[in-house]
Design a protein around this ligand. Sequence first.
Ligand SMILES: [Zn+2]
Length: 351
Amino acid sequence: MRNKLEISKTITNEKGKIIFFGLQHFLDDITHGNCCFICGAKPGSKEFNDEHIIPNWILKKYNLHNKYITLPNGTKFKYGQYTVPCCEECNSELGKTYEVPISKLLNKTYLEILEEINKDPKILHFLFKWLCLIFLKTHLKDKTLLSERDIRIDAGFLSDKYYWEEMHHIHCISRSHYTNVKIDYNVYGTIFIVPAMAIEKADGFDFMDNEVSKTIMLQLDEFCIISVLNDSCAGFTLYNDNFSRIGGPLSPFQIRDIFAHLSFININLKERPIYFSLFNSSLNEYKIKATMPKLVELLDEKERFISSGQLLRQFVEPMIGEVQNKKQILKEIEENKRNYLFDNNGNFIKN
Ligand SMILES: [Zn+2]
């Protein structure tokens, strides 16, 4: 058992509203408890109706209510029952604030969405906050899911291995609509919207995220959004050259190639941005800021935690199926000898 964390205290305004969850409070009530993940209300103290992890309008659009999401332990979980504790009031607020405008935006075509963003680049920040919300909800759920599907093996819950302190920052972003916090521009992470090939098998919908690299991907028909939630755009800085060479709709393998590279960058940054909250004494101003590294660069090769090939293998292995030379293919992916995005001359591989 570790000692109680004393590094940050909960800050409540004069009306009793929690403006800032201290880290220990966040761990006790939100990640390990069952309080409303936005306002912190205890179960029974208010009406609860729980919030869908994948927004309901997406479940409806892609007819997913009775379909299954595959969790990191291989378990399949019905999307319709994939929810986290949320009070009715916060749930309806989330709908109004995020889901109504975002469903309107993301029901447009890829080119129309780009046009909207060109007109108002702040839309990217809004999408980023929404992705933080989905990511947070996904991983709050893991506290109730066993690491091993075989219940004879006592491996604890999926979330036991998480480093919740980083999730605390994502939680602060996810409830920014509730606290009215001002988020500095350099707190926002990498976000790419890319054209994608329709995936027949999945009926146009695809989703994945990675807890370690804080990377999330959501495909809705002909476009895909990939974001890194705590890299302060390091991925954008180091990957943008590749991104600008993309010359057509991406296959699921190519999307995972980008996902692996952005994850690789974020995991192996030499110096990381550090996020912190600031309040003035009357609590009417709350800001989230970042201390930025002087240089955006990767660790020296021998110090890196994982290679992009190892990550790519992890992400594409479930898609490869039972082919004859599967072992060889996986080995090549892991050794960075297979590239889904660019050929040997650096040209984009069209599908
Ligand atoms: Zn609430």
